[in-house]
Design a protein around this ligand. Structure first.
Ligand SMILES: Cc1cc2nc3c(=O)[nH]c(=O)nc-3n(C[C@H](O)[C@H](O)[C@H](O)COP(=O)(O)OP(=O)(O)OC[C@H]3O[C@@H](n4cnc5c(N)ncnc54)[C@H](O)[C@@H]3O)c2cc1C
Length: 402
């Protein structure tokens, strides 16, 4: 990984042809885009706020494996090694991202957090404000700071004064600290479901899972055919049609867990992905744990009161610890909010190869929840973004030596 020469001082005016493309964020999305730009002969500099690439993956809980397959999760220009197996472990994802940056000789500058992006005064590029008073001018900017950026905790009444142990799933590593304890996991996305199972397997005395809306659950793989492969096949079909097709499939492969508190959802599987960004829960042990009563499903958390957790329609409960698997926010407001490029829920109005009409040259990647797997879409978008930048801005971007 080469260090680029980033000035610690306000940038001197540069000739436009000397400007690189700045990629903000050294996760899979940022690295793939930097590679795709490099493959087109364009200079891309990745600015990463932490000390290493793949910072989000380094923080994820220990037992996490990709639930998308190795082959369909590789980034452009470097397959994942076969020895990583079909479902790649978190540490191997990190190894892969490190190798990816090194193998493609990407220009990555670590320890640099970009706080604000604005157009240059002459309107020919983008000015980035970053750690240590740095001001960097790029021909184009790709924001790859992650969909799962900042832990989101609902504004539950009484939460601020709750004195019990409380953490966000982003701070959960493994079950060790929870052995022999009574734990409430709040939220049943893929993360909440897997943490609940991890707690059971790791020896928690009691595990309750608080569910507001019953999720769609699917098997990660059936007879060697992955859920991701099905998702890729159906992703361009009409949403309602996929919803309908999913019903008999779910009935065939997932038992009815209504008696245990997880009825089949009323809303369609694909509708929930498209309308709410709710990816179906891939089963890595939840079905079995719920059937056996090892994970008890309880209703939504309403509030916190006198050191207890109040559930909708139920009495207060007193777990030893609460783990909020309640998602993340994009946290793009400070970075680009003033550019009028954010829509509902702080999501950028464009993603991938499109650039906002009012902010040409500003790109976003990773701000999607595709049913077909985010790594796969990040890989595809990287090449589309590089193509778009080469076409629209290419002549203003500094080029790599031939
Ligand atoms: C628990 C979990 C499991 C997942 N499993 C899968 C899976 O199996 N398959 C799949 O396809 N997808 C999966 N995803 C979704 C997605 O692929 C990952 O979140 C992936 O890491 C997204 O890549 P990214 O580059 O967009 O963002 P991130 O990996 O989050 O990378 C963003 C980077 O930007 C840096 N950064 C942030 N702000 C700044 C700033 N202002 N300045 C400089 N740097 C900054 C961060 O430090 C980070 O390194 C999973 C997500 C989660 C949360």
């Amino acid at each position: 990984m080469a260090d680029s020469t980033v000035s610690a001082h306000p940038a001197e005016p540069t000739h436009h042809a000397e400007r690189p493309v700045y990629v903000i964020g050294g996760g899979p999305g940022g690295l793939a885009t930097a590679y795709a730009l490099r493959a087109k002969g364009l200079r891309a500099v990745v600015l990463e706020r932490s000390d290493h690439v793949g910072a989000s993956w380094r923080r994820h809980y220990d037992r996490l494996h990709l639930h998308t397959t190795r082959r369909l999760s590789a980034l452009p220009g470097l397959p994942m090694p076969r020895r990583f197996g079909r479902w790649v472990a978190r540490d191997d994802v990190v190894r892969y991202l490190e190798k990816y940056a090194e193998y493609h000789e990407l220009e990555v500058v670590t320890g640099v957090e970009v706080s604000r992006v604005e157009g240059t005064a002459d309107g020919t590029g983008w000015l980035l404000h970053a750690t240590g008073g740095r001001e960097l001018t790029g021909a184009a900017v790709v924001v790859a700071t992650g969909y799962n950026h900042t832990p989101r905790i609902p504004d539950w009444p009484g939460r601020a004064t709750y004195s019990g142990e409380f953490l966000h799933a982003g701070d959960y590593r493994n079950a060790k600290p929870f052995a022999d304890r009574d734990v409430l996991v709040v939220g049943v996305g893929n993360t909440g479901a897997e943490i609940a199972v991890d707690l059971v397997e790791g020896g928690a005395a009691r595990v309750r899972l608080s569910v507001r809306t019953a999720p769609h659950i699917c098997r990660r793989s059936t007879a060697g055919w992955s859920a991701q492969q099905t998702a890729i096949l159906v992703r361009r079909l009409p949403v309602r049609l996929v919803d309908r097709l999913a019903v008999p499939l779910a009935k065939l492969s997932v038992p009815d867990l209504s008696a245990q508190g997880l009825p089949r959802p009323d809303t369609g599987l694909y509708s929930r992905v498209v309308e709410e960004g709710a990816i179906p829960v891939q089963d890595v042990g939840l079905i079995d744990a719920v059937r056996r009563g090892r994970v008890e499903v309880v209703s939504a958390v309403e509030s916190f009161e006198d050191g207890k957790v109040v559930l909708a329609g139920g009495g207060p409960i007193s777990p030893d610890a609460v783990i909020a698997a309640t998602g993340y926010t994009r946290a793009l407001d400070d970075l680009v909010g003033h550019l009028d490029v954010l829509g509902a829920h702080g999501m950028p109005v464009v993603n991938g190869a499109r650039t906002p009409k009012n902010a040409p040259g500003l790109y976003f990647t990773g701000f999607v929840t595709p049913i077909s797997g985010t790594f796969r879409e990040l890989a595809a978008d990287a090449e589309k973004i590089a193509k778009a930048i080469a076409k629209d801005t290419g002549c203003q971007v500094s080029r790599l030596p031939a």
